[in-house]
Design a protein around this ligand. Sequence first.
Ligand SMILES: [Cu+2]
Length: 511
Amino acid sequence: MTYTRPNVWELGGEWAEPILWYARGVAAMRERPLSEPTSWRFYAGIHGFDRQLWRQLGYLGASDRLPSDALRRRFWAQCQHGSWNFLPWHRGYLLAFEQVVRAEIVRLGGPADWALPYWDYFKPGQNALPPAFARPDWPDGGTNPLFVPARYGPAGDGKVFVPLNNVNLRAMNERAFTGVSNGASPGFGGVDTGFSHSGRIPGALESQPHNMVHVLVGGDNGVLPGVMTVPDTAGLDPVFWLHHANIDRLWESWNRATPSHRNPTGARWAAGPAGRGQRAFAMPKPDGSTWTFTPGEVTDLVTLGYTYTDLPSAIAAAPPAEPRERLARPEIAARLEGARPVPEDTHVELVGTSPGPVPIQGSDIRSHVRLDAGMRRKVTARLAPALRAVGSPAAAPEQVFLNLENIRGQSDRAAFDVYVGVPDDQDPAAFPDRLAGSIAPFGLRKASAPDQEHAGQGLTFVLEITQIVDQLHLDSSFDVDTLPVRIVPIGPVAPEADVSVGRISIFRSGR
Ligand SMILES: [Cu+2]
């Protein structure tokens, strides 16, 4: 049997059968005690667990018994972030969860072919929270199991939607699954890591739209973060699973766009952390047994027996307006088609850095990157007519990346727009073509804690700015000693949250 995951906005009504059955399945899981592996809260604990936040948000009471140490060691705090394990781990997590919900649905007399709906917030008219999640009541009476009060939305006022100007599908243009952690692209799927519960550098799809949707849907109320805002609570929100079904769908769509969009095939990725002697990916099954899986075992939807109602092979970011000069270059045209694998001879060089850490205080942060003169000439030289002809298949495409390194802070709600090349006395909103990207450091508080996996190094985000730099060069604004970088918080960042960027840097990659 093939299970088909449907679009939640196109089920044929607010409480159409598939969503009504989802709510019933969730309600049944919620009735089970926390200590049982197929309970609602146990499954959320597989993603992450924070005793204090769970208490504060009302998910852990005085009478609750935590699962045994053995169960927690095997299953809890497993989610993979900042890693090439992000996509395969979450795929397995979804499959296992869907099986548990389906078992409950079947037990209650529901359809045996039920599958998890997905939320495609990019589709016109579908960026609002689906209505079945938004109201406290439901057809079966009592409290709607899909409703979560601690879901505050982008403005913190309880109006929950995904603001389309803060999300994008640029990740779909990434050429390679695996990225690098030396300043150039972290890839579509992320960088090579072992078991990575709170990673450092998210891959392109993880960063955007994944992180952004978490933080904007969850938001905060000024005191506490929303359930979706923090990795250690996100799995407690029933809409988490529909968001991740969409991310999973985007992964498959990227795979189908061109034959060169391959998942890694080597054993280093396929065997996962377990292949390196680390913790295995393990999920509780409805019958009480354990399903252990590796990334290599979840690369193919057909083998896994499911699909999506809408699975276009070419979901693509609308290519941003480019200077004509770039479009004329064959390697750029190829890049837009996403057809070129990353050449092996690519190397990465530092072009410039900020003079020091950049504190995120206020509503508009002005910073700058000091450019090394020699490197700056190297970056701009590639636009010279003589080099334009070099676009032979062997030539590595030159790219320029802005890095926001080691972001740290005590807020999980932080999100920013980042602009490059906007003069300090100008309003960045007047320069939409200089928006390098929007970032949301999902899991920031934990990544900043000195006793965690990466000793509090925080999170690093990489934004490609090749096109902006080209445009600046054509406008003669790149031939300067320093390049302005503007950080505009999306929603206020409290000063006591002490959010800062450790260093802003620019790297080039090419031959
Ligand atoms: Cu997530």
